[in-house]
Design a protein around this ligand. Structure first.
Ligand code: PEP
Length: 249
């Protein structure tokens, strides 16, 4: 039985002061022992957020990492820096980073291997554009993204990874994939993982849906057999996030 994982992606929102205030608001709302709860926050908010959520069920996540250990990479943040600051999870391959910062599948493969080597839990994002969906290449595209991301990753390590299926057309648009559309792709992802690693490993890997998930639509999405959680953007900054975490109450 896979434990559900609900992660907020704060994106480039919240100053350190605002971040601590948001933690105080959300702390009492996100208690649910059936769910792993993660706040993925901007790099500058990691230390104050880690302090603010100490002793609670909230895990701290980062929104990115760099795949080198240290050195002349101005502006980047390493796995060791994240770990030392109290981070447990790290998002990689978000469509916004792919689009605006030109992250490639090969970069994501390096980030995935580095995170696993260091003991961070990767949340690997994938998902098609509207054009790709309309061209009928959604499954091929997502399979390609994940096949490259997982190149050289052992089955034992793959089990630790969380995958977030996020159709780009549903992110921040208010346009959610229907529960059936989301389940269809999450099932295809599980089938790919079975091809790559066998069914024991594929059944252990958690697959989230992301794209305008909110308090109103989360129940139906999270009831699907291959949807093991959510990656939440806009709604993670509001008390709504508490309702999503408590979808089963
Ligand atoms: C996201 O950025 O990962 C996301 C799913 O955003 P939103 O929930 O706002 O669509």
């Amino acid at each position: 039985m896979r434990k559900k994982i609900i992660a907020g992606n704060w994106k480039m929102n919240m100053t350190p002061t605002e971040a601590v205030k948001l933690c105080e608001t959300l702390k009492p709302l996100v208690k649910n022992e059936d769910v792993d709860v993660v706040f993925c926050v901007p790099a500058i908010d990691i230390i104050p957020v880690a302090e603010a959520v100490k002793g609670t069920n909230i895990n701290v996540g980062a929104e990115n990492l760099y795949f080198e250990d240290k050195g002349a990479y101005t502006g980047e943040v390493s796995a060791d820096m994240l770990l030392d600051a109290g981070v447990k999870y790290v998002i990689m391959g978000h469509s916004e980073r792919r689009e605006y910062f030109h992250e490639t599948d090969a970069d994501i493969n390096k980030k995935l291997k580095k995170a696993l080597e260091k003991g961070l839990i990767p949340i690997v994002c994938c998902g098609e554009s509207l054009e790709q969906r309309e061209q009928g290449i959604c499954f091929d595209f997502v399979r390609m993204q994940l096949k490259i991301a997982f190149q050289g990753v052992s089955a034992e390590d793959a089990k630790k990874v969380v995958i977030a299926y996020e159709p780009i057309w549903a992110i921040g648009t208010g346009k959610t994939a229907t529960a059936d559309q989301a389940e269809e792709v999450c099932k295809a992802i599980r089938d790919l993982l079975t091809e790559l690693y066998g069914s024991d490993t594929a059944e252990a890997i958690r697959i989230q849906y992301g794209g305008s998930m909110n308090a109103g639509n989360c129940k139906e999405l999270l009831a699907k057999p291959n949807i093991d959680g959510g990656l939440i953007g806009g709604a993670s900054l509001k008390p709504d996030f508490g309702s999503i975490v408590n979808y089963n109450k």
